[in-house]
Design a protein around this ligand. Structure first.
Ligand code: NAD
Length: 428
């Protein structure tokens, strides 16, 4: 059975919007898992449907006095295993479908790595690069005010995602706390350490990507060639950590451009350049290449760490990497997945590969609840143990059932959430 979530997209011959494509991909993956698990129709529909979806209008006063209104969203896909958990994305193209897809992925991810959370995601359809810092602060605070009834440390805990960072989390924490009348650090994760953020959170997703890459490689990483798409919070540090581990990072890209050096890029220098100039464009110590060329390079490992839908039916036949580690959420469409796995490429799926972020977010939330703070080593050790545990379970199921890693990861994640529903029963 195929589960349908009602679409607000009109049926026309226009191309399907990216957000709707992301949701269709997420539903396709869920459907496969539901088939493997033999879920009944009622449970399937329940798990395919977000528990709560809120769309809000966010008025923004611009520096020139004009008022703009942008759309904001918060979707709680599932809360059967614990509070909803998920990032907040600031991107002009975000929409309710994309946020729903990302919230669903969070549900399976949290279940897969064994943390007591459901899945959520939030977003504001705004280009943070086009706003001043003060405008960005006003957008953030107003958005938080609009979604205030949904969030809270026991209800729904936001974190950084595309276009947001530690500063955004600090504003969210402050806005929530002012409304509560006291400081509530546990309402967000990925906040600055001064406000109760965890040591090791900033690089956690990328550290998880490194753990997943080295586990999947299963051999000495020395000289293994890597290309990374996306040079933001996840991609830049993934490139750094893989380079530190001995891999040869030969190409990286961001929205402004892509650079390559077959001999290996100096990732530390690139990060410094990126920080200073706001992008990779214009970096002189490497060759420029196109975004498409980066994805099709002859490398051992490709790490898509930008946005959804990077690998499609169109470019997948030309992708030469034998190992793909999904730093981003949903970078591979189901059609591309079939082409790539059919040609023998191993794909470490997003809900496993980039789970390091939510794992350390959970550790941050636990530290906040205990009003304590752990050392970087303590956090890193737990991150490694939880990633290794999840990877081991996925690999074992994949081997036993002849599943791809993606199918195995979804079967475990969806299975745990379905089990929680069964045991809790239906009220009333
Ligand atoms: P970010 O905003 O910090 O970085 C995004 C990067 O992608 C930027 O460098 C941007 O320039 C680049 N980019 C955008 N379009 C591109 C294109 N067409 N080609 C190449 N690069 C492009 O975001 P982030 O937090 O690093 O998130 C990246 C991905 O990782 C997203 O899919 C996000 O959902 C996922 N993720 C993030 C975290 C986290 O902790 N931040 C955790 C898990 C998953």
């Amino acid at each position: 059975m195929t589960v349908m979530v009602p679409s607000t997209t009109p049926a026309t011959s226009r191309p399907v919007p990216l957000g709707r494509q992301a949701l269709d991909s997420a539903l396709f993956q869920f459907d496969q898992a539901a088939d493997h698990l033999g879920l009944d129709d009622g449970l399937r529909t329940m798990l395919a449907t977000p528990r709560r979806s809120l769309t809000v209008a966010v008025p923004v006063r611009r520096e020139n006095g004009r008022m703009d209104v942008v759309q904001g969203y918060r979707v709680q896909h599932n809360i059967s295993r614990g509070p909803a958990k998920g990032g907040v994305r600031f991107h002009p193209a975000t929409d309710i479908h994309e946020i729903t897809a990302l919230a669903m992925m969070m549900t399976w991810k949290c279940a897969l790595v064994g943390i007591p959370y459901g899945g959520a995601k939030g977003g504001v359809a705004v280009d943070p690069g086009a706003l001043t810092t003060r405008e960005l602060e006003r957008v953030t605070r107003r958005y938080v005010n609009e979604i205030l009834p949904l969030i809270g440390p026991e209800k729904d805990i936001p974190a950084p995602d595309v276009g947001t960072d530690e500063q955004t989390m600090a504003w969210i924490m402050d806005t929530y706390s002012v409304n509560a009348g006291y400081s509530v650090p546990g309402v967000v994760t990925g906040k600055p350490t001064t406000l109760g953020g965890s040591l090791g959170r900033a690089g956690a997703t990328s550290r998880g990507v490194r753990i997943a890459t080295l586990s999947a490689l299963g051999r000495d990483p020395d000289g293994v060639t890597v290309a990374v798409q996306g040079f933001g919070k996840v991609g830049a540090l993934a490139a750094q950590y893989l380079s530190d581990a001995g891999c040869r990072v030969v190409a990286v890209s961001d929205a402004t451009g892509a650079v390559a050096d077959r001999g290996g890029l100096d990732v530390t220098a690139l990060r410094a350049y990126n920080k200073e100039s706001g992008g990779l464009y214009g970096y002189r110590h490497a060759d420029a290449l196109t975004h498409d060329e980066l994805l099709e390079l002859d490398v051992d490992v490709l790490v898509p760490a930008a946005l959804e839908g990077a690998l499609t039916a169109e470019n997948a036949p030309r992708v030469r990497a034998r190992l793909i580690v999904e730093g981003a959420n949903g970078p591979t469409t189901p059609e591309a997945d079939e082409i790539l796995t059919g040609s023998g490429t191993t794909i470490v799926p997003d809900i496993l590969a980039n789970a390091g972020g939510v794992i350390v977010s959970y550790l941050e939330w636990v530290q906040n609840a205990q009003a304590s703070s752990w050392s970087t080593d303590a956090v890193d050790d737990r991150l490694r143990a939880m990633m290794d545990q999840a990877f081991g379970e996925v690999r074992a199921l994949a081997a036993a059932q002849r599943f791809t890693l993606r199918q195995a990861a979804h079967a475990i994640g969806v299975g745990r959430v379905a089990e929680a529903h069964r045991i809790r029963g239906l009220y009333p």
